[in-house]
Design a protein around this ligand. Structure first.
Ligand code: CMC
Length: 380
């Protein structure tokens, strides 16, 4: 360009220092606050990992119970917000758009919405984390003409979400499927949505608006939507024996296999490795191994044909199957991603405010200058 190099998509540009999460894309390692995702997946749960990501340390027993209690007691929404969700859901507005609208509207019910003190920001981060499942479940119920189910305080974050969706206390493996999905998605350094949150908070806007920016960017199919696409692929394949010919044909036509490849991971996505085991267990418990077996066959072809090009299964390769087996409709897959990532967005917004440098890049103008203004009647 006439103005010097342009870094398209800001690829590999460092925007800040962080101590929230780190990725080793070559070795396939993800850390939150220095802890390996493998350990957190094995020993922790959503509430504890959310605390870790927000506050930078694992909680003591009393800190964790206080934090969990605060989350649980913030789950309900003002009646006006339920009304907004109902009107939009009944008019078939997509749940990601409704999430944006409901979070925006909630700011109006918080007298401290624009307060950027640490204390107010942490309160808001907890409130937002607490209500996202309620908004999503309310959308699900209203859009199907079902009565809304109010949150239950004595259930975990994951169990309460499934309870508000389907009306009964979920079994252990279903709860674990949601809980582990949430743990694995809490943060991932600076993808587009987290960057959008940074841009918004750098103007000293309120945290609600910064989270809306994150949700808006996550909504796009290049970011949040691949697990749905992967699941649709397995449904199309239909049976394990059809997997190899399907994938070989698709690759021969130069098409992309959904749930495969990653901008940062050039090996097996550690989240995918962990979630695969859960999907196997969930499939066994639900008595439906078909999609797990199809995915395993697809994986064999991927490891044979695409791994040499550093293309491996990513988390979306497996997670859509779990959502499907839980009976969750496609349009809620990305909202559930947001339900988890709201923690990372909030942690990054709070961290970034310590630097508070306004994001204001430049663009290289290549149009004309000093063009003569022509009155409207003389224009051709
Ligand atoms: N299937 C087949 N070939 C692929 C795939 C795929 N899924 N992904 C990349 N390639 C090929 C691509 O055609 C190109 O080949 P060539 O060099 O011969 O032209 C090469 O690999 C490099 O591709 P790229 O588009 O330059 O790589 P990227 O880093 O921009 O793409 C990606 C990353 C995730 C957008 C891409 O791998 C993709 O489209 N995957 C499918 C969608 C998907 O699963 N997305 C979920 C990402 S993980 C969720 C998250 O962390 O938020």
């Amino acid at each position: 360009s006439p103005c010097g190099p342009i870094i398209h998509g800001l690829e590999d540009v460092l925007i800040k220092v962080t101590s929230i999460s780190d990725i080793d894309g070559r070795k396939g390692i993800l850390w939150y606050r220095g802890y390996r995702i493998d350990d957190l997946a094995k020993y922790s749960n959503f509430e504890e990992t959310a605390y870790l990501v927000l506050y930078g340390k694992l909680p003591t027993r009393s800190e964790l119970s206080e934090f969990s209690e605060k989350l649980a007691s913030n789950r309900d929404l003002p009646e006006e917000i339920y009304s907004i969700i109902r009107v939009l859901a009944e008019n078939k507005v997509h749940p990601m758009l409704v999430l944006e609208s409901a979070v925006s509207a909630l700011a109006g019910f918080d007298p401290k919405a624009g307060d950027l003190s640490k204390e107010a920001l942490y309160d808001q981060a907890i409130r937002l984390t607490a209500v996202l499942p309620t908004i999503i479940a309310a959308h699900y119920r209203f859009s199907r003409g079902l009565g809304v189910i109010k949150p239950k305080k004595d259930l975990s974050h994951a169990a309460n979400f499934l309870y508000m969706m389907f009306g009964s206390t979920p079994d252990e493996v279903s709860t674990r499927a949601i809980d582990l999905y949430l743990v694995l998605h809490i943060d991932h350094e600076v993808p587009a949505s987290t960057f959008a949150t940074h841009v918004a908070i750098s103007t000293w806007t309120d945290l609600y608006s910064a989270i809306v920016a994150g949700i808006a960017a996550l909504k796009g199919p290049l970011h949040g939507g691949a697990n749905e696409a992967a699941m649709k692929q397995y449904l199309e394949i239909g049976s394990p024996s059809n997997a190899r010919p399907y994938v070989e044909k698709l690759l021969a036509e130069g098409k992309r296999l959904m749930g495969v490849g990653h901008r940062v991971y050039k090996t097996y996505d550690p989240r995918a490795r962990i979630y695969k085991d859960l999907v196997r267990e969930l499939s066994e418990k639900k008595g439906n191994m078909t999609y797990y077996q199809i995915a395993e066959e697809v994986e064999k072809v991927v490891l044979e044909k695409l791994a040499p090009k550093n293309l491996y299964p990513n988390i979306d390769f497996w997670s859509g199957i779990a959502m499907y087996l839980l009976g969750i409709p496609y349009e809620y897959y990305t909202p559930i991603f947001a339900m988890s990532r709201v923690v990372g967005w909030s942690a990054h917004a709070i961290e970034y405010l310590n630097e508070h440098r306004l994001f204001r890049p430049r663009a290289c103008y290549i149009g004309p200058h000093d063009v003569q203004y022509v009155p409207i009647d003389q224009r051709k």
